[in-house]
Design a protein around this ligand. Structure first.
Ligand SMILES: [Zn+2]
Length: 249
């Protein structure tokens, strides 16, 4: 029997910091075609201006890139996680001690979260789910590893999370079972790299993107299970504006 606890964020001020940082004062935003939607994010607040003025925004369409640059190393530890429904996504806040190494830089894994449908497309193809593993270097630089999921066999590691998914915005579930982010990556770590942004307000740039080119699978039931709670939380594709993509192995 898996043990878990559910709290609402009003009842418990816990370490959902990355999910709720500045959330109380920030204006409402969403994924609609209306006032709060992606087309208007840049106008909702001075803090969000980069969402409309930025020239290096994410997500983008991933196209074949040339070259064979260096790959990534992931040194992830299984940990107990907080699973947060922040109204925009399902996010796992990861305990300190897990690392990504990319281009000679060390980054700490902070959190991972999901978008359905995928935000990046691959040569125009969309996937039903995309996971973002968000990392931060000592100098504040963010690196995100993106993993696509396609319909197929059920994913056992996702099931651990999905089975206790907080269904209401503001709800937090503390899984006492370990989650291993390493098991949420394909064996083949080839990726396309580019410089982009956060895909949610404030759309800050300088984010090092690593979009893995090998998808994982999840079952149609698992897609439906996620979309019953969160759906269509994907920002539209942004213009490349001359940015170069690079292939890594
Ligand atoms: Zn994301």
């Amino acid at each position: 029997m898996r043990k878990f606890l559910i709290f609402t964020t009003t009842a418990l001020m816990l370490s959902a910091g990355t999910a709720f940082a500045s959330g109380d004062k920030a204006p409402h935003w969403d994924y609609s075609t209306g006032h709060g939607g992606p087309e208007n994010w840049g106008k909702l607040s001075a803090e969000f201006a980069t969402c409309s003025t930025g020239q290096a925004q994410s997500p983008i369409d991933i196209t074949p890139a040339s070259g064979e640059r260096s790959g990534i190393e992931t040194l992830y530890q299984p940990t107990v996680v907080d699973v947060v429904n922040n109204g925009h996504t399902i996010q796992l806040n990861y305990a300190p001690g897990s690392k990504l190494q990319s281009a000679g830089q060390d980054y700490q894994l902070l959190q991972l979260h999901f978008h359905s449908s995928s935000e990046h497309t691959v040569q125009g193809k969309s996937y039903p789910l995309e996971m973002h593993l968000v990392h931060k270097a000592a100098d504040g630089t963010l690196a995100v590893v993106a993993v696509m999921f396609e319909p197929g066999a059920a994913n056992g590691e996702l099931a651990k999370i999905w089975n206790h998914m907080p269904v209401k915005a503001g709800e937090v579930v503390i899984l006492t079972d370990m989650v291993d982010a390493g098991k949420l990556l394909p064996e083949n770590r080839d990726f396309v790299g580019y410089d982009g942004s956060l895909t949610t307000p404030p759309c800050s740039e300088g984010v090092k993107w690593h979009v893995l080119t090998t998808p994982l699978s999840l079952s149609p039931e698992q897609i439906a299970q996620f979309r019953a709670v969160i759906q269509d939380n994907n920002r539209p594709i942004q213009p490349l504006n001359g940015r170069k993509l690079s292939q890594h192995k």
